[in-house]
Design a protein around this ligand. Structure first.
Ligand SMILES: Cc1cc2nc3c(=O)[nH]c(=O)nc-3n(C[C@H](O)[C@H](O)[C@H](O)COP(=O)(O)OP(=O)(O)OC[C@H]3O[C@@H](n4cnc5c(N)ncnc54)[C@H](O)[C@@H]3O)c2cc1C
Length: 674
């Protein structure tokens, strides 16, 4: 009997423990977007009967932000938040120009603490729990979502993820600046603020480093938040901001006292970095793309997003819908602010002097028509926008540029009556030699930074020894059974080439990636049978069914074509065109072009993105292994007394030996990258 009770007790305890980790909804981050969504869920009756967990290291008890938005009094957003709106203005002022009415709109202000407290009130009424921890990972297994925190793994059917996205790679590859701001809540000795008008932008401050302006929210004639905002690559620091503010306030409003301070940074990026998501794993807030890239405003977008998630009385995994026309305008402006920061002030001043403030707010709300937009752009500095358009076009097509050039090069060197010889022109040797030195070898000389062997990212003796010892078995297999070594080389190269391409094209399927690698090699070899035979002879490998399978090459290319169309990848289509024309040029030249200017270049780009450093710094980091690889090659493999064919065979063996640890290293890198 006693044993029975112990068993029941234990089973019960286990069930309670399991149950305590299971939720209907988990919020990863309890910031503004989570609050807005919770408020909407309550309003639409979506909280009843749900067990909800909020995970955020912060307890949300500080008034850390000031949220403003413009709306009409009849708009839902105002009605929903009117109880916590603490201030409102009906006029806008730009520089020291006369204030302008924005009727029927009003500019509303609320304190973040009121938003968090509203949410706290909701939490107390429902089955909602907050734990003060960091989310360290979210992943999906079948239909269940798992959220890893510092101490536990929770599971749920829905996850709303508001962790800040990683803009690291945008800083290098895209147009990315930050909106950094620093403000004083001041009390003036003499009440001279116009409390009906908020100062949206006052450019009467230093513009030499970046586009920057003063933003004022006057709460009364003597109290206001006076903030300096910078749109730029470098962030405002507290000291320079304080000096600039002090100067501006004293000059324009007289003596003052600082009551509180506010600071913040909002990312302004031409493109939203990809954050993982899944079925019922929905990104919200900044992570979901709710921040308008050219202004940093997000409150209304988060509200719209929350409404779309809660529409029709049930929770749906809705993503943010982007208006491409307005995203394009935002991108043009970001290019200007990134490349020509001094142009920001005249553009904004021209905009507000040629159009009404009401129009500008409608434009920022993405509610204007194309005709209205064109008439607005016509009044702005058209020259700088055209220049920006040129950069935009380059930015959009740059990923297709190299594949396109590869097609062009191989097309121009194609000879319809190509006689399948292993001979190079001086130009081809120059291109391949230069390419190998510039990107081919360096891309593989950074394996100490991939997390492979050691996470320390340094070159240690242990690293070198393990790396070299991985090459030894490959070399021994070449001596023992060249045909087997070749097969292995083809297998791991196919895996690696396919993996690199699929990573770049954002395709998840590992199987198709491997298949694509196989197609690549098989197509290249089958379309260069005579050369292949010369190489095989030099490697002492006999394959006597090559002619019989020759017909397969077209099927392979066709299969890859179908996949490229299925995945809608234009870059892949260009590479297939390259492959097609490659049959009319020298095998080594065609493979070299692909290896250097496509495969190695992509590997380099991936490392650069992840490591977030310049190419120059990467060259320095690659130098030891670059030199090592060249010395190793000269010492062991390059023998000038041998024929071209034999040297090619030795090069092949060298490549397969040195590739093996590199393939493993990049697999670890891509795995960690996730
Ligand atoms: C100072 C400031 C003022 C702003 N003013 C306005 C404005 O007036 N109008 C407007 O429209 N927009 C404004 N914005 C922009 C935007 O509205 C805010 O950035 C808004 O807070 C974005 O909401 P969010 O939920 O994405 O991020 P947040 O509100 O920052 O919430 C993210 C939450 O995630 C938590 N978190 C971070 N990492 C983890 C982790 N690993 N695990 C768990 N939790 C984590 C954080 O602690 C935080 O609570 C302002 C932004 C700032 C910074």
């Amino acid at each position: 009997m006693c044993v029975f009770f112990i068993v029941v007790y234990l089973v019960n305890s286990i069930l309670i423990a399991i149950n305590s980790l299971q939720y209907d909804i988990i919020f990863s981050g309890w910031g503004a977007s989570a609050c807005i969504l919770l408020i909407e869920m309550q309003k639409t009756g979506n909280l009843k009967g749900k067990k909800i967990l909020l995970i955020d290291p912060d307890d949300k008890k500080e008034n850390d932000k000031t949220f403003c938005f413009w709306a009409e009094q009849e708009d839902d957003i105002y009605k929903d938040y009117s109880s916590i709106v603490s201030n409102q203005w009906s006029e806008i002022q730009i520089n020291d120009n006369p204030a302008e009415k924005i009727y029927p709109l009003k500019y509303y202000h609320l304190n973040s603490i009121d938003l968090y407290n509203t949410c706290r009130n909701i939490i107390s009424k429902y089955d909602i729990k907050h734990i003060q921890e960091n989310v360290t990972g979210v992943y999906q297994q079948d239909d269940k979502l798992f959220v890893e925190s510092t101490t536990n793994i929770f599971n749920s059917s829905f996850v709303f993820d508001a962790r800040p996205p990683d803009f690291g790679s945008n800083k290098i590859n895209d147009f990315h600046i930050s909106q950094s701001f620093f403000g004083f809540k001041v009390s003036l000795k003499e009440g001279v603020f116009n409390s009906d008008a908020y100062h949206m932008m006052d450019f009467r401050i230093n513009q030499s480093v970046a586009t920057q302006f003063i933003y004022i929210l006057p709460y009364s004639s003597s109290n206001a938040l006076v903030e300096i905002t910078r749109f730029g690559k470098t962030l405002l620091n507290e000291e320079e901001a304080s000096q600039e503010l002090n100067h501006f306030i004293l000059n324009n409003y007289g003596p003052y006292e600082v009551m509180e301070k506010e600071k913040g940074v909002i990312p302004m990026s031409s493109i939203l970095p990809k954050s993982k998501k899944g079925k019922n794993w929905v990104n919200i807030g900044t992570r979901a793309g709710n921040v308008k890239p050219s202004t940093g405003y997000a409150f209304k977008n988060m509200y719209k997003h929350a409404k779309s998630i809660c529409a029709n009385g049930e929770i749906k995994p809705k993503n943010v819908s982007v208006n491409k026309r307005f995203l394009f305008y935002d991108q043009l402006l970001l290019i200007i602010l990134t490349l020509w920061p001094q142009k920001g002030k005249p553009i904004f001043e021209k905009l507000f002097s040629s159009k009404s403030s009401y129009f500008v707010l409608r434009f920022l709300d993405e509610k204007t028509s194309l005709y209205e937009d064109l008439s607005m752009f016509g009044k702005l500095q058209i020259g700088v926008f055209l220049k920006s358009l040129m950069y935009w076009i380059y930015w959009r097509i740059k990923s297709y540029l190299v594949p396109f050039l590869l097609v062009l090069v191989v097309f121009l060197s194609a000879e319809p009556n190509y006689n399948n010889q292993l001979s190079f022109t001086n130009f081809q040797l120059f291109v391949l030699g230069g390419g190998l030195l510039i990107v081919g070898i360096p891309h593989g000389a950074l394996d100490h930074l991939t997390g492979f062997i050691s996470k320390k990212n340094t070159i240690s003796l242990k690293f070198i020894l393990i790396y070299l010892s991985l090459m030894v078995p490959v070399f021994l297999i070449w001596i023992w059974k060249p045909s087997f070594a070749l097969l292995l080389f083809l297998i791991y190269s196919s895996w690696h080439f396919g993996q690199t391409d699929f990573q770049h094209w954002g395709i998840k399927s590992k199987g198709f990636g491997f298949l694509w690698g196989i197609v690549l090699f098989v197509y290249l070899f089958l379309t260069h049978l005579e050369e292949l035979k010369i190489i095989l002879e030099a490697l002492k490998i006999e394959i006597n069914f090559l002619e019989e399978i020759y017909f397969l090459h077209n099927y392979f290319l066709f299969a890859a074509l179908l996949l490229a169309i299925y995945y809608k990848k234009a870059e892949w289509l260009l590479i297939l065109m390259f492959l097609f024309f490659a049959q009319f040029v020298n095998l080594i030249y065609a493979f070299g072009l692909y290896f250097i200017f496509h495969h190695s270049r992509l590997g380099w780009v991936h490392l650069k993105k992840k490591l977030a450093v310049s190419s120059l710094k990467m060259y320095f980091q690659a130098l030891p292994f670059n030199i090592g690889a060249i010395v190793l090659f000269c010492l062991f493999f390059l023998n000038f007394k041998l024929s071209t064919e034999e040297n090619i065979a030795y090069f092949f063996i060298f490549l397969s030996c040195i590739s093996f640890p590199h393939v493993l290293s990049m697999s670890v890198f891509y795995k960690n990258k996730k």
